[in-house]
Design a protein around this ligand. Structure first.
Ligand code: UD1
Length: 417
């Protein structure tokens, strides 16, 4: 197993290029199942989750060629409609094959994902939505079996705005007969990109990016050709790297409109954010001011940035409160940050972060994807050496993070445990 070693205390400076968004690339890859023929997606990040998605597509019978950041997928000869437990448990986003397979073949069998480190994460809203489109859903030996002769458009009002649920339903409804209206839909930029991609395939979708999406079903779709948008969570992580080290970084590919909540909170900490032609420059303050945050759905503060922001608050000059409202168990990084000297107390869904004398390097363990990034950020600000183990979580969602940080001047490298 590998670990990442960091010798902290260096203010980072220079430019970094953000990779394609994992959370956009995954639904786009699965959207190719809606039709036969050869689709091409570029700016695909080199990540473990992408490899899992490619494995799943191949398991279903697709021919996939992944060269550099370009992925060609031939979905003409799909032979299986089953997403097995081994793949779904490695990556929950595998459930996104459900909508496309059901819509194209009238049948799909997908393992239930089970819980994960950050919460229960059920898929009940995906299933309820597909049922509203006329699918028959059966649970069998840990698998969801969905069947439908022909999906029919319907009005679906989500109990809460689910990103994956909105994506699954948008894909399924594209091939349903008649109109589907999704109310209380998720509004994340990744939803907007998926809607644009489906539209380029021939789907009729309006309202993506708002809470109400209208989808007029069509008979068939064309293969997909598109470029994945930049990863706003990776961009945000580098923005915090500038703030936590008192550095000056141009984050190329960061988009202001996708980062408004994070930008306004970083400005409150004293950081300066300067929009430039192809990204955002972040200049960290000598003293970080404490700021309260509360995660929520887009355009609120992203839950996927909560752990990284907590690392920043651990070096702030005062007390801050961080409330997590999206996932019930997303404070796994707290114990590890405490081992580095952070003064954090959890009270229900809120973490109170107080001034600590100095964050010091320590051996710590990554527990999930964004928690890993939080520990790396803390390591960049810490005195002495931090060793982050179990970095397979990190490799699920950050492309070459240690190389990108080293190019900004950080003392960071990967080695065998
Ligand atoms: C996606 C992102 C993930 C991000 C999350 C929230 C991908 C691949 N992953 O995950 O990085 O943290 O959005 O921004 O894009 N819920 C239900 N029933 C359902 C579906 C969801 O109760 O059927 C709950 C979840 O448990 C959670 C909340 O809704 O509490 C939001 O989940 P959701 O938006 O669906 O997240 P994902 O699509 O799984």
């Amino acid at each position: 197993m590998e670990k990442i070693v960091i010798k902290g205390g260096v203010p980072l400076s220079g430019e970094v290029q953000v990779s394609g968004a994992k959370n956009s690339a995954l639904p786009l890859l699965f959207a190719t199942l809606l039709t036969g023929g050869v689709s091409e997606i570029s700016n695909v990040p080199a990540l473990r989750d992408i490899n899992t998605a490619v494995k799943l597509l191949r398991e279903l019978g697709a021919e996939v060629a992944l060269e550099g950041d370009c992925c060609q997928i031939n979905t003409e000869k799909i032979q299986s409609i089953e997403a097995p437990y081994e793949l779904v448990k490695t990556m929950r986003a595998s459930v996104l094959v459900l909508g496309p397979l059901l819509a194209r073949f009238g049948h799909a069998r997908v393992s239930l994902p089970g819980g994960c480190a950050i919460g229960a994460r059920p898929i009940n809203l995906h299933l309820k939505g597909l049922e509203a489109l006329g699918a028959k859903i059966k649970l069998d030996h840990g698998y969801v079996e969905a069947t439908a002769d022909k999906l029919r458009g319907a009005k679906i009002s989500f109990d809460l705005p689910t990103v994956g649920g909105t994506e699954n339903l948008m894909m399924a409804a594209s091939l349903a007969s008649g109109e589907t209206v999704l109310e209380n839909a998720a509004r994340e930029p990744e939803i907007v990109q998926l809607a644009a991609a489906l539209t380029s395939m021939g789907a009729k979708i309006e309202g993506a990016g708002t809470a109400v999406i209208h989808i007029q079903g069509v008979e068939s779709l064309k293969p997909l050709a598109c470029r994945v948008i930049p990863d706003r969570i990776e961009a945000g992580t580098f923005m915090i790297a500038a703030a936590i080290t008192g550095g000056n970084i141009l984050v190329r590919g960061a988009i202001s409109e996708d980062q408004e909540a994070l930008i306004s909170k970083l400005i409150e900490t004293g950081a300066e954010i300067v929009p430039e032609a192809d990204g955002l420059r972040v200049i960290g303050a000598p003293k970080v001011a404490p700021v309260n945050i509360r995660t929520s759905v887009f355009p609120g503060f992203p839950t996927d940035m909560q752990a990284q922001f907590m690392a920043l608050m651990a070096v702030a000059d005062g007390t801050s409160s961080i409330s997590e409202t999206v996932f019930e168990n997303r404070f796994m990084h707290v114990c590890e940050l405490q081992r580095m000297g952070a003064d954090i107390q959890i009270d229900g869904h809120t973490a109170i972060v107080r001034v600590s004398r100095q964050i010091t390097g320590a051996p710590v363990m990554a527990t999930d994807l964004r928690a890993s990034a939080s520990l790396i950020l803390a390591g960049l600000a810490a005195e002495n050496t931090t060793e982050v183990s179990r970095i397979y979580h990190l490799d699920r969602g950050y492309e070459k993070i240690e190389k990108k940080l080293a190019a900004l001047g950080a003392n960071i490298w990967r080695e065998q445990e």
